[in-house]
Design a protein around this ligand. Structure first.
Ligand code: UDP
Length: 235
């Protein structure tokens, strides 16, 4: 295995599958099976899950809800997703813990770095819910921060596109995909990989990012083994 400890970022939107809203149990099961393969191969897996399928602070603001209030609602949405994923992972026989950036003892553990690392060492999948626990951040920033804290080897951004393109491939037919690209070139070309806070955190800490298609079976397993899948962003 090329990567011993990974931080997998999944968007909330991906969980809604073709429904466009909420949680599709088929997607949960599919993701759980993919995660099981890498756990069985001996890789330690931490996950940050978004909340966009339920609630986003920025959209709330556009609808007249206070931004900070909306952001906390978004963070709680990520906990709902984290719990749904936890249930699905347990169904396929994995051991899991949800750790929250906002204390909610009845539901899950608080995020404590040393404890998270211990869970990972024991082979448990650790899902970080509630973002970093502060408004004006995203779950992409949470992914970068938690990955650095737990000393993950890489941030894997699982999306529905198979990497970083020169333009939006859904709009521009001439767009080409990069197999590798440097942090500096992403800045220079203004490509959209993650929000700037998240991206800069990775760059400053020399933490590579791989953007890949999580919906394609075996992709996660292949890239953890070191196969070229998606786009690798590194120094
Ligand atoms: N959020 C936040 N602080 C965090 C993480 C998330 O305020 O540390 C809020 C923010 O409103 C965000 C929402 O939670 O819009 C859901 O997360 P995100 O939009 O990153 O989810 P994704 O797009 O990955 O589904």
């Amino acid at each position: 295995m090329k990567y011993k400890r990974i931080l997998l970022k999944l968007s909330g939107e991906a969980l809604s599958g073709t429904k466009g809203y909420g949680i599709d149990p088929k997607v949960l099961l599919q993701y759980s099976e993919e995660i099981k393969k890498v756990i069985q191969a001996g890789t330690q897996v931490a996950i940050v899950i978004g909340g966009g399928n339920i609630f986003r602070g920025i959209e709330a603001q556009q609808a007249g809800i206070d931004r900070v209030q909306g952001d906390y609602m978004g963070m709680l949405a990520t906990v709902i997703n984290a719990m749904a994923l936890q249930g699905a992972l347990e169904k396929v026989g994995l051991y899991t813990r949800v750790m929250s950036g906002i204390r909610m003892e009845q539901v899950c553990e608080p995020f404590i770095r040393r404890r998270a690392v211990r869970h990972l060492e024991k082979g448990r999948v650790v899902i970080f819910g509630a973002g970093i626990g502060n408004p004006y951040f995203t779950t992409d920033s949470t992914a970068s921060l938690r990955a650095i804290e737990i000393e993950a080897d890489v941030v894997l951004k699982g999306t529905r596109v198979d990497g970083v393109y020169s333009a939006d491939p859904e709009k521009d037919k001439t767009a080409t995909r990069y197999s590798t690209i440097s942090f500096d070139d992403v800045y220079k070309m203004g490509l959209n990989v993650m929000d700037m806070t998240a991206f800069t955190l990775c760059k400053e800490n020399k933490l590579p990012i791989i953007v890949f298609d999580m919906n394609k079976s075996n992709n996660l397993y292949k890239l953890v083994q070191g196969e070229q899948v998606g786009t690798l962003i590194s120094m």
